[in-house]
Ligand binder design. Structure first.
Ligand code: FAD
Length: 464
């Protein structure tokens, strides 16, 4: 009997537990549903749409090479799956667990909807090193703090074995109708703002594996190089991981025999990704609600007061703050849909502490503009930077963007993304004074010392 594979953020053939299980049971019907109802205001943003189009196109080709097809549908996922079950007589729907609240809710509703049918929902663990909730404290609770979580994960390693991709995929003789991907209009046209993303990325499972081949040779330099935005010494695997074009289990097994410090640090970053899921597994609304008890009415500049937050927010979004490292980061994000991790920390800290704008404004902007925008990782990192989270940097630790820029040697990065500063010397470029600042580059929105004092003052008041 046919087996439906409900694809979501697991757009791959290799190490794909749901597909692997389904292919062993019977003919497979892979289905991707563009559901813009369930996520509510967490609908995928522009950068996500661009990536999704190319990822589905690439996966469609991989199925095509095995003379198989994906069924594409648009609408409310549970209703569509119920109809497909009736139409095809499927015995099971296989899917990999997802932990975003709207995905979990859909899984629960689907489970209920199938109760009185001959079709069952089979959920697999696919996208993380270990299922959230596996690593627990002595009292059996999931961890809230990263460092003991990391230790517990390492004690539990190795992760599960990698699954082979199905050698052949059989399908029923007739498949349900499929939408035409182009008609979903996921790609921007007027204006076509995706040129920078096309230059920067190759989307899809094959590209993710090529990237991993390259990374296997580079990971030894990660420990030293990962803080240097001018150098290309991070894996840039995040969108491939977010969309499930490659699994972290595949990456782990591929790199595990590397004996370098670089690999140990890289493994920690993969564990951060699992940690973020572990946080939303416990606190599903974490990316929406501050965890710590500050008086947020006094901490952030309130939009209803006279302070002009909207224009400050726009300066930050457009990379016009007058702080070259911040502007380079925000422009890299806009052009490529990605930003270097060190610069994500600097730009986020600038919004929250220099501009005292509520972290949720930044989280939303990243969500809309990142190709790797991830409910758990984005929310967890924003709360970490803003000092409001369960395991957080303290609020009073305020990053100094200018010295960070010098310390991590960001001159080349600034030249690339802020071309109006390209002619400045290495000494001038981090903090151009009025004598050398070109006319088309703005003065600083606020001085660092003033911003720091203002933030500390607000922080003190909001704690009382
Ligand atoms: P590498 O340095 O090569 O790391 C390997 C992988 O580990 C990454 O691909 C990612 O999957 C994971 N990883 C690394 N650092 C972290 C981290 N701090 N938290 C969780 N996972 C991590 N990452 C996202 O994937 N999606 C987001 O929406 C996201 N938003 C962020 C927002 C802020 C404010 C900050 C400070 C960080 C955010 N990160 C996010 C984490 C990190 O910046 C990116 O994962 C990383 O820059 C991606 O580049 P890379 O693949 O080259 O990472």
């Amino acid at each position: 009997k046919p087996q439906i594979v409900w694809l979501r953020r697991d757009l791959r053939m290799k190490d794909q537990p749901a597909l692997h299980a389904a292919a062993q049971e019977g003919p497979v019907i892979p289905v991707y549903i563009l559901d813009e109802e369930r996520p509510g205001d967490r609908k995928i943003g522009g950068a996500h749409r661009w990536w999704l189009h190319h990822s589905l196109e690439s996966l469609g080709k991989s199925f095509g090479k095995r003379r198989a097809q994906i069924v594409l549908r648009r609408g409310e996922s549970v209703q569509i799956l119920q109809k497909l079950v009736k139409e095809t007589g499927a015995a099971a729907i296989h899917a990999n667990h997802h932990y975003e609240p709207w995905h979990k809710e859909a899984e629960e509703d689907l489970h209920d909807a199938l109760k009185d049918t001959d079709c069952e929902l089979v959920l697999h663990h696919g996208n993380y090193l270990m299922p959230p909730g596996t690593a627990t404290t002595g009292s059996g609770d999931p961890y809230k703090i990263y460092t003991p979580f990391k230790k517990a994960m390492r004690d539990l390693f190795p992760p599960r074995e990698e699954l082979p991709e199905p050698e052949t995929i059989s399908q029923p003789s007739s498949l349900p109708d499929s939408d035409d991907l182009d008609e979903w209009e996921l790609l921007p046209t007027k204006p076509d703002w995706a040129g920078g993303m096309r230059d920067f990325w190759t989307v899809g499972e094959d590209a993710a594996h090529e990237r991993l081949d390259w990374w296997a040779d580079e990971v030894g330099d990660y420990d030293e190089g990962r803080n240097l935005p001018s150098k290309d010494i991070t894996s840039q695997m995040s969108p491939h991981l977010h969309w499930g074009e490659i699994s972290p289990v595949t990456i782990w097994h591929r790199l595990k025999d590397k004996r370098s410090d670089g690999w140990k640090t890289y493994e920690e970053e993969l564990i951060w990704r699992d940690y973020a899921q572990n946080v939303i597994y416990q606190f599903p609304k974490y990316p929406e609600e501050s965890y710590r008890d500050y008086d947020e009415r006094t901490l952030w500049r309130n939009p209803n007061r006279s302070d002009n937050i909207q224009s400050d927010l726009e300066c930050w979004q457009k990379g016009q703050t007058g702080y070259p490292i911040v502007d380079a980061g925000m422009r890299q994000l806009w052009q490529t849909g990605w930003m270097h991790n060190r610069v994500r920390m600097i730009t986020a800290s600038f919004l929250v502490k220099h501009l005292l704008i509520d972290w949720r404004h930044g989280e939303r902007w990243f969500w809309d503009t990142l190709v790797d925008g991830d409910y758990a990782s984005n929310g967890t990192n924003w709360q970490w930077v803003s000092g409001t989270g369960v395991d957080s940097n303290i609020f009073s630790r305020i990053m100094a963007p200018l010295s960070q820029s010098e310390k991590f040697d960001a001159a080349g990065y600034i030249r690339e993304y802020v071309p109006e500063l390209a002619e400045l010397s290495d000494e001038q470029i981090h903090d151009p004074d009025d004598d050398c600042r070109p006319e088309d580059y703005p003065a600083k929105m606020i001085g660092h010392k003033e911003a720091r004092e203002r933030a500390l003052e607000r922080y003190r008041k909001s704690k009382d």
